[in-house]
Design a protein around this ligand. Structure first.
Ligand code: NAD
Length: 471
């Protein structure tokens, strides 16, 4: 049992003023593994004051100084990659493939920002104006549990690159991971107050940050419902906001696709991070002409997937993060059947042989129509909907008929054709034929998947305010 009873303010681990506590669990065993003491509004005030004092210094720092800080942060996080991996496995239960991506991704986000900074011009001339990109002011980051290290490191890297200090409110369900990461960040030896980390509930610490008069910018990743609450709270003081929200991504199989290579990629996109991914390709759009073949292959491939404890390297789907998340996914599996969708594989309950842990049977529905709730709402578990389409135009109509627009996937043997289809999908990112992540390209959603972009120059500029001086 671990007890986490400190938060991080002004360069020190301190006891929070808040007295509330939350239990921490291993989702593979359902056992309680720790307890975290949570911060409150007074802790937020202290953290914001520290960040405000440090802003006066960081905002005046040189590019070279910020690049040096980013390199120190990278080195400090990389140095404890093994510990970070263990904590993520125990407290979150992600499969080895996802942890293997997440931990290096978190560390290298500092290097990516350092390289963005190297070539970024903070001052430019436009006609007779001198335009300066200034740090926006003290920022807050509010992050979810499904990739704790990556979201904290990515947002912090961008803030520092912009010369902006930060208060981070991570998910209260990730406190063991956060504690370890904070120790790494502390070891980087940055000036006090540049970053501050306050554990706490969303409706307490998150809400206090969203309304705080000294916070100028909020970078949030989480659900669309919470994003809306933050946007409303932020509007009172006209904070700048970046919102990275939910998705219901189309996973479009064109009729010329080579199913031998495509089916494993469709499942990798759909079941990424055990299905607990905003970018999961959960609506599989399948041509009617090949529907039977696609059903067979999907069912065959899912039957070979191993669900279980992430300490087993052969496991590709881990547990849901919490009992609440498990219940939610079960309720959608029930709902799909009630709505008249056909189960091809999976269903309610735990997979065979697993009688504890928040494990879900990887589930595929077919005969799904795009107006069913299982096709419209984010389930956030390993549950996919196969939606048949007649022709390319019909596929595009279905792909875009959603309130979301975060990411989309297109599979075809003809790259030019895939690009033509990709061009007509309303999403912040379209991935063709399983292309790998590009860390410097913009990431973010259209429509209700968010506002603004992260990564590279686009992310950096979201922490900056342009100012023109005319002479
Ligand atoms: P969530 O919205 O419940 O919580 C996210 C964070 O917001 C947590 O730290 C939470 O404590 C805080 N919060 C909750 N209520 C708040 C309030 N009123 N004011 C301020 N902060 C508040 O989301 P979650 O369940 O932790 O994560 C899953 C969701 O995140 C999914 O919808 C998923 O799609 C989304 N997500 C989006 C992206 C992206 O990049 N677009 C990435 C990962 C996850």
């Amino acid at each position: 049992m671990r007890t986490i009873d400190t938060i991080y303010i002004n360069g020190s681990f301190v006891q929070p003023h808040g007295k509330e506590e939350a239990a921490l669990f291993n989702p593979a065993t359902e056992e309680q593994i720790g307890i975290v003491r949570l911060g409150d509004e007074q802790d937020v005030d202290k953290a914001v004051s520290a960040a405000k004092a440090a802003f006066a210094i960081l905002s005046q720092s040189s590019k070279a100084e910020r690049i040096a800080m980013l390199h120190s942060l990278h080195d400090a996080v990389s140095a404890r990659a093994a510990d970070l991996t263990d904590a993520m496995r125990e407290e979150y239960g992600a499969p080895a493939s996802f942890i293997g991506f997440s931990v290096p991704h978190a560390a290298t986000s500092f290097l990516h920002m350092a390289s963005t900074l190297e070539t970024y011009e903070f001052r430019r001339r436009i006609g007779h104006a001198e335009v300066e990109m200034r740090p926006a002011g003290v920022a807050a980051a509010i992050t979810p549990w499904n990739s704790n290290y990556g979201f904290i490191c990515g947002k912090l890297a961008t803030a520092i690159a912009a010369g902006t200090t930060m208060v981070v409110k991570p998910s209260e369900m990730s406190a063991i991971q956060t504690q370890l990461l904070t120790e790494c960040l502390h070891a980087a030896g940055l000036p006090n107050g540049v970053f501050n980390i306050v554990n706490g509930y969303g409706h307490v610490v998150g809400a206090a940050l969203s309304a705080h008069r000294d916070i100028a910018k909020i970078s949030f990743t989480g659900s669309t419902v919470t994003g809306r609450a933050i946007l409303q709270a932020a509007s009172a003081t006209f904070k700048r906001v970046t919102l990275e929200l939910g998705g219901k991504s189309p996973n479009v199989i064109l009729d010329d696709a080579d199913l031998d290579t495509v089916i494993p990629q469709v499942l990798a996109a759909g079941f990424a991070n055990s299905g607990q991914a905003c970018i999961a390709g959960t609506r599989v759009l399948a041509p009617e002409s090949r529907l039977a073949e696609i059903h067979d292959r999907l069912a065959g491939a899912v039957a070979t997937l191993k669900v279980g404890d992430a300490s087993d390297p052969e496991v590709s789907i881990g547990p849901m993060v919490s009992q609440k998340q498990w219940d939610r996914v079960q309720s959608y599996i029930r709902l799909g059947q009630e709505e008249g969708a056909r189960l091809i594989i999976g269903g309610e309950g735990r997979p065979e042989g697993l009688n504890r842990g928040w494990f879900v049977r990887p589930t595929i529905f077919s005969d799904v129509s795009n107006d069913m709730r299982i096709a419209r709402e984010e389930i956030f578990g390993p549950v996919l909907c196969v939606i048949p389409y007649r022709d390319e135009a019909h596929a595009l109509e279905i792909a875009n008929d959603t309130v979301y627009g975060l990411q989309a996937y297109v599979f075809s043997s003809d790259l030019a054709r895939a690009k033509r289809v990709a061009e007509r999908i309303d999403a912040g990112r379209v991935v063709i034929n399983g292309a790998p992540h590009e860390p410097l390209a913009p990431f973010g959603g259209f429509k209700q998947s968010g506002i603004g972009r992260e990564f590279g120059t686009y992310g950096l500029e979201s922490f900056l305010e342009p100012r023109a001086v005319l002479s």
